[in-house]
Design a binder for this molecule. Structure first.
Ligand code: FES
Ligand code: FES
Length: 163
């Protein structure tokens, strides 16, 4: 018997593009994104569901891609930080820049993906408390969060919530 189980052939829609990718059946969505598709914006922090650095959206919902099997994304829509901006930076990215809300930046992609879900589903200006709740699973060891929350609230005033 082969020591390695056969790879799965997965069909995903990633950042608006249909992709086919072969991956071992135990691969997480994060591993497929980073090591098969070379989308390294989503960060591999704790790799066990604790830090939020790997947050992406699956069918529009934030998920921790390090504890999501790639097979669970079969046939589904994946949005990573690489797909967040259009021709210009997303208002959240612009606000994070203007508020100096990133220091080392390791947490930033995950925070953006959690915050984008908040703004899109709220469709209005959000409060600091709502922003804090939305990124409660995203750990940042640099900033103390104040500037991040200010940036999320500011972005929601610019867009009315959506993009
Ligand atoms: S890398 Fe996924 S939660 Fe930390
Ligand atoms: S900016 Fe360094 S972990 Fe958040």
């Amino acid at each position: 018997m082969s020591p390695h189980p056969p790879s799965l052939l997965l069909t995903l829609r990633v950042n608006g593009l249909d992709v086919e990718v072969a991956a071992p059946p135990h691969y997480s969505l994060l591993e497929v994104l980073r090591y098969k598709l070379h989308l390294t914006g989503s960060k591999q922090g704790c790799d066990k569901g604790d830090c939020g650095a790997c947050t992406v959206q699956l069918d529009g919902q934030p998920v921790l891609s390090c504890i999501t099997l790639a097979a669970q994304a079969q046939g589904r829509e994946v949005l990573t930080v690489e797909g967040l901006a259009g021709r210009e930076a997303h208002p959240l990215q612009d606000a994070m820049d203007r508020f100096d809300a990133a220091q080392c930046g390791f947490c930033t992609p995950g925070i953006l993906m959690s915050a984008e879900h908040l703004l899109r589903t709220a469709g209005r200006e959000v409060t600091h408390a709502e922003a804090a709740h939305a990124i409660a699973g995203n750990l940042c060891r640099c900033t103390g969060y104040t500037k991040i929350l200010d940036a999320i609230v500011d972005a929601s005033t610019k867009t009315g919530g959506g993009r």
